[in-house]
Design a protein around this ligand. Structure first.
Ligand code: TRP
Length: 335
């Protein structure tokens, strides 16, 4: 028995960017090599459906994200890597949990509240364009987590409330039907820097400031050249701690490289040169994976096979566990 069960989901909206890589993909792949951990990583396509109703974009994003994780070296022998929609037990559990989850708990979800507030501010009906999918999103996420008795769930800060809700949902269920679920804990890594985007704000699709992970070399260089800097001239000392460019560099650098670069900033390195060094560092790290990514993208059937294999492993646990859950709530054979 492994001492920890780590699980996290990746919503399949959009194209992976450097922020996703540094903040989630890289640490998760590193953890997948840890002997002591059972890890589950999955493509949350049913979560993506809440935001993305463009079928071609759905398919494309699922393919790109799966290819990304595989190209970067996820150990699929050790980690269970699957697509949420290939594990129907999760949907069934979602309904079962929905039936003991207070509507009031969902009313308090930040994402839902923000959507309502936006409507009110715009003078719209508070429910305008709010789907049941958006409202019930945290229950589906709780089902993802509880289905595998996850103990540790690495997430961004914006997801911490969803983890608290998953614990609430698990506790209420356990209290009523008996101890079936482990209580999961959010793992928010303080050391993993929040990567700034080209404009210095957090790199995020919603700010439109991302640098895609798989840009060809030339375009990656151009993108780094466009990161905003201030107007200090070569020779003038620069402060790494208020520089988006330095933060991006630091996310890819070893401690020693960081120390050296800080010194270079203090010594007045030209922005152009700092950008070139930043580009080279990132390109060196991503270069080999970039060709593996291209090869995988050209062979979706291979990726499909890997995902189906992952789903088989996930279901080997989920099917009997769901049978116990159904039994616990009284959905049973009559004879
Ligand atoms: N909601 C998460 C996000 O937007 C993705 C997600 C779905 C997830 N299910 C999960 C994360 C279960 C952790 C565990 O980032």
């Amino acid at each position: 028995m492994k001492s920890r069960t780590v699980l996290t989901g990746i919503t399949t909206t959009g194209t992976p960017h450097l922020g996703n890589y540094v903040g989630a993909i890289k640490p998760c792949i590193a953890a997948s090599h840890d002997e002591d951990v059972q890890s589950y990583y999955f493509l949350a396509d049913y979560h993506a459906l809440v935001k993305n109703q463009d079928p071609e974009r759905m398919r494309r994003s699922t393919l790109e994200i799966a290819a990304t994780w595989l190209a970067l070296g996820l150990d699929t022998e050790r980690a269970v890597f699957y697509r949420q929609s290939d594990v129907p037990e999760i949907q069934e559990l979602t309904w079962i949990l929905s039936c003991s989850t207070a509507k009031g708990l969902m009313n308090r979800a930040h994402a839902y509240k923000a959507a309502v507030q936006e409507n009110i501010d715009a003078g719209e009906d508070p429910d305008y364009a709010i789907t049941m999918g958006l409202f019930g999103y945290p229950v589906l996420m709780a089902a993802d987590i509880l289905m595998f008795n996850s103990t540790h769930v690495p997430v961004g800060r914006d997801q911490v409330q969803h983890l608290e809700m998953a614990r609430d949902i698990a506790q209420r269920f356990n209290h009523h039907y008996g101890e079936l679920f482990a209580l999961p804990e959010a793992v928010v890594d303080e050391h993993v820097a929040v990567l700034p985007g080209r404009d210095g704000r957090k790199m995020s699709k919603s700010y439109d400031n991302t640098i895609p992970l798989w840009l060809p070399e030339k375009q990656l260089r151009k993108a780094i050249l466009r990161v905003v800097t201030n107007s200090l001239e070569p020779g003038e000392p620069k402060n790494p701690d208020d520089s988006a460019l330095y933060a991006i560099y630091a996310a890819f650098a070893t401690p020693q490289q960081r120390t050296e670069m800080r010194q270079a900033y203090a010594d007045g390195i030209a922005w152009g040169e700092a950008k070139q060094l930043t580009f080279e560092l990132i390109d060196r790290e991503l270069g080999p994976a970039r060709s593996r990514y291209a090869a995988l993208m050209a062979e979706p059937a291979r990726i499909e096979e890997v995902l189906l294999d992952g789903a088989r492993k996930a279901r080997a646990w989920a099917t009997p566990f769901l049978a116990r859950i159904r039994n616990a709530v009284g959905i049973r054979r009559l004879s």
